[in-house]
Ligand binder design. Structure first.
Ligand code: PBG
Length: 323
C-alpha cells in the first residue's frame, strides 16, 4: 500500500497539522432578543440557555460576550401584542425599543458589529413579513415599509441591516433608499436563500411572531429547490448586497456550498433556533454529547463555505476558549 490515509491521523499533532477547517469565535454572530421593560430576563422555553432581555440587562449581556471575544451580534425585538398592527407602524416609530437598543448598543460598544433586522413580522398583527390584504402578502406595497424601518435603524446607528423578509426587489429598494438618505456606508446582509422551514419554531416562540394564518410559502423558498437559490443570489448581488445568507444552515449545507462556488461575496449561514433546540433537547435527554454535537455542527457549516455563522451557540462556544 503506497497510500495509507491513517498515517496522517495517528497523533493529535498530525491531525491538527492536516486540519482543513478550524472554528474561531470570530466566525460567529450571536443573535440576541430584546424586550421592553427593566431588569428582566426570561428564558425561551424551547431554547434552553437563550433569553429575552430588557435593554439594561442586554447591555450587560453584550459586555460579557465581548469579554469572551464575540465581536458580532444580531438583534431581534419582541414587541407587545398591543403595539402590533397590520402595517407594522411600530417598526419605524422613533424611540421604539428596537431603535433605542440600537442607539444604546452602538454608543456603548462602537467596536462591535450589530446586524439589525428589517422585516415586518415582529410588529405585524398578522405575523407575516409583508402587508396582508385579502389573505395575500403584498410585495411592492411592503417595500416602502421596509425602507422606513431601515432608515430609522440607520438613524439610530445601525451599520449593517439584514432584510429577512424575502420580498422581491427589497435589496435594491433598500440600497437606493439608504443611499438617498445619506447612508451609503450602511451594509446589507441579505437573507438570500431563506427557506420556508419548520426549524424556525422556537424563534417564533421567542418573538411571539408566528403567522396568525397560513404559512410563509409564498415568499420563503421551497426546501425542494437548489437551483432557485442561484436566482436569488444573482438578484441580491446585482441589487447591491454585501453578504449573501443561507437559512437554515444544517439542512441546507449544499446551498451554502453552492452559493460559495457561485459568488465572490462573503457567505453567511444562519444556524437557526430549531437546529439549536434539537441539539439541546437531545443533550438534555442524555442521548448525545451536546458539546461535541455543537462543535461538529458549527464545523460542518464552516466547511460548507460559510464565512459568518449566525448561531445561538456563539456564547457557549466562546466559553470553551478554544480559539
Ligand atoms: C422572520 C425571521 C425568522 C427568523 C429570523 N427572522 C422566522 C420566520 O421567517 O418566521 C428565524 C430565526 C431562527 O429560527 O433562529 N423575519
Amino acid at each position: 500500500m503506497l497510500q495509507r490515509p491513517r498515517r496522517n491521523r495517528q497523533s493529535a499533532v498530525i491531525r491538527s497539522m492536516v486540519e482543513e477547517n478550524r472554528l474561531s469565535v470570530k466566525d460567529m454572530m450571536f443573535p440576541l432578543f430584546v424586550m421592553e421593560g427593566q431588569n428582566t430576563q426570561t428564558e425561551i422555553s424551547s431554547m434552553p440557555g437563550i433569553y429575552r432581555f430588557t435593554l439594561d440587562l442586554l447591555l450587560a449581556e453584550i459586555e460579557s460576550c465581548v469579554k469572551l471575544g464575540i465581536q458580532s451580534f444580531a438583534l431581534f425585538p419582541q414587541i407587545p401584542e398591543s403595539k402590533k398592527d397590520s402595517m407594522a407602524t411600530e417598526s419605524y416609530k422613533k424611540g421604539n425599543i428596537y431603535t433605542e437598543s440600537i442607539y444604546e448598543i452602538s454608543k456603548r460598544f462602537p467596536e462591535i458589529s450589530l446586524l439589525t433586522d428589517v422585516a415586518m413580522d415582529p410588529y405585524s398583527s398578522d405575523g407575516h413579513d409583508g402587508i396582508v390584504k385579502d389573505g395575500k402578502i403584498l410585495n411592492d406595497e411592503t417595500l416602502p415599509v421596509l425602507a422606513k424601518m431601515a432608515i430609522t435603524q440607520a438613524q439610530a446607528g445601525s451599520k449593517l441591516i439584514g432584510p429577512s423578509d424575502m420580498m422581491d426587489g427589497r435589496v435594491g429598494y433598500l440600497r437606493q433608499a439608504l443611499d438617498e438618505a445619506g447612508y451609503s456606508q450602511v451594509g446589507i446582509m441579505a437573507y438570500t436563500a431563506k427557506y420556508a422551514s419548520a426549524f424556525y419554531g422556537p424563534f417564533r416562540d421567542a418573538l411571539e411572531s408566528a403567522p396568525k394564518f397560513g404559512d410563509k410559502k409564498t415568499y420563503q423558498m421551497n426546501p425542494a429547490n437548489r437551483r432557485e437559490a442561484l436566482i436569488e443570489a444573482e438578484l441580491d448581488e446585482m441589487e447591491g448586497a454585501d453578504f449573501l445568507m443561507v437559512k437554515p444552515a444544517l439542512a441546507y449545507l449544499d446551498i451554502i456550498a453552492l452559493l460559495k462556488e457561485n459568488s465572490h461575496l462573503p457567505i453567511a449561514a444562519y444556524n437557526v433556533s430549531g437546529e439549536y433546540a434539537m441539539v439541546k433537547a437531545a443533550a438534555q435527554n442524555g442521548w448525545i454529547d451536546g458539546e461535541k454535537a455543537m462543535l461538529e455542527s458549527l464545523l460542518s457549516i464552516k466547511r460548507a463555505g460559510a464565512q459568518v455563522i449566525l448561531t445561538y451557540f456563539a456564547k457557549e462556544f466562546a466559553q470553551l476558549k478554544l480559539a
